[in-house]
Design a protein around this ligand. Structure first.
Ligand SMILES: *Cc1c(COP(=O)(O)O)cnc(C)c1O
Length: 414
């Protein structure tokens, strides 16, 4: 793992050469990721005599110029461009949310970003954009986050999905394929994919990479060829377990379609959430770096532990660990004291959960196991606590997991 600032700056420079998308505000030179995290979306503040960004809670905006408003609405209906001039109505766009969108686009190296009420609202909007164009077929690689899998498998939005291995993507493409969907590292197994190779095998079909686990600190999929980069911003971007949100970083053309769907279907992000997310971004590089150092050390100790059968920790690094144990995973969940037994991830505190029971429960058991989510897998989202305290808690919780009696209970659950 190398989190050096030079490394980040080089990558940003590459992105800038690929269309200038990572360039800072007009008149500023290129800035490293850590600098963007603190300043992007706030470039106008000092000139306004402000330090903290204002929170604009207006749902509507007064205007004595209804001809001008009509023109802005017409322009939005044409290409979904963010309306120039004063805002019109909260569902069309909000200035506080726009600051978060600007900042996230800067970090991911895309032209634009569009924020939604949750990660699932963001994924739904992408599917609706493609479905409305008659491109209802999706090619996807398992595992995905349980609810993303469910949304596709159940066809809730009228999509039809073909599940493939990465090598099978090109053969699975059809004239009505509107999207290729992958996660890397994947939830919950942390399986890693070669995004550059996958983008190549998609041809002209947009690749959506869910970058929730890696964050732009560790990986920027747009630089590897993904047209759409999705986040459950509920996780690392917010980072404190107190805001639910989703966002899609992409080119301006696709962003326009997403804004039109967001306007028409209403999955908007609340301005307070936009504020909290912008604040979360400012510490994202520091949080990811510190939590990743903890996770790398815990992964090392788990690997060396005879009670642990297998540890999955990405080559990319990061703050997520998945591990399979010889004993009963339910006993580990019941045994933690410092670590919080809860679904979700990416918070300042450490969370543990049993995917087969919770995050991936909604996925058919055969499909779930087939994609590597074994009944003995635990998923750990490592936070910012002292690593010795974390290890002591895990060590005790693992110690309370007996090897033999649990075999029968697990077999009975199947
Ligand atoms: C949590 C999660 C989602 C869904 O996001 P919500 O904000 O819970 O709607 C999507 N993808 C991944 C990888 C996730 O972990």
């Amino acid at each position: 793992m190398d989190f050096g600032s030079t490394d980040v700056r080089d990558t940003c420079d590459d992105a800038a050469e690929n269309g200038g998308r990572a360039a800072g505000a007009v008149g500023t030179r290129l800035r490293a990721l850590a600098t963007e995290a603190v300043h992007a979306g706030r470039d106008d503040l000092a000139r306004q005599g402000l330090h903290a960004p204002p929170i604009d809670l207006s749902t509507t905006y007064p205007s004595y110029d209804s001809r001008g408003e009509a023109a802005r609405i017409d322009a939005f209906a044409t290409d979904g461009a963010d309306p120039d001039g004063p805002p019109v109505y909260g569902r069309l766009g909000n200035p506080t949310v726009a600051r978060f969108e600007t900042a996230l686009a800067r970090l991911e190296g895309t032209q634009s970003a569009v924020a939604f009420a949750s990660g699932m609202a963001a994924l739904s909007a992408v599917l609706l954009v493609r479905n409305a164009m008659g491109l209802r077929h999706v090619v996807a690689v398992r595992p995905l986050y349980g609810c993303s899998d469910h949304l596709l498998t159940a066809g809730l939005l009228g999509s039809e999905v073909t599940w493939v291995d990465p090598a099978g993507i090109t053969d699975a493409l059809r004239p009505d394929t509107g999207l290729v969907l992958v996660e890397s590292p994947a939830n919950p197994t942390l399986a890693e994919l070669d995004l550059r190779a996958i983008a190549h095998s998609c041809g002209t079909v947009p690749l959506l990479a869910d970058n929730t686990f890696a964050t732009p600190v560790l990986q920027r999929p747009a630089e590897l060829g993904a047209r759409l980069v999705l986040h459950s911003a509920t996780k690392y971007l917010g980072g404190h377990g107190d805001v639910m949100a989703g966002v899609v970083a992409c080119d301006e053309e696709f962003a326009g379609r997403l804004r039109q769907v967001r306007f028409a279907t209403g999955g908007v992000l609340h301005p307070l959430a936009g504020y909290l997310l912008l604040r979360g971004l400012s510490t994202l590089p520091v949080r990811v770096r510190a939590a990743s150092a903890n996770a790398a050390e815990l992964a090392r100790r788990l690997r060396a532990d005879p009670r642990v059968a297998r540890v999955h920790y990405p080559r990319l690094g990061g703050a997520m660990i998945a591990f399979e144990i010889h004993g009963d995973p339910h006993e580990v969940i019941a045994g933690v004291r410092l670590v919080t037994p809860a679904v979700s991830l990416g918070s300042v505190d450490t969370l543990i959960q049993h995917p087969a029971s919770i995050s991936h429960r909604i996925v058919d058991a055969e499909d779930r196991r087939g994609s590597g989510v074994s009944d003995r897998l635990l998923r750990l989202s490592v936070g910012l606590e002292d690593v010795e305290d974390l290890w002591r808690d895990l060590d005790e919780a693992l110690g309370s997991a007996p090897g033999d009696s649990s075999e029968r209970e697990l077999a009975a659950e199947r």
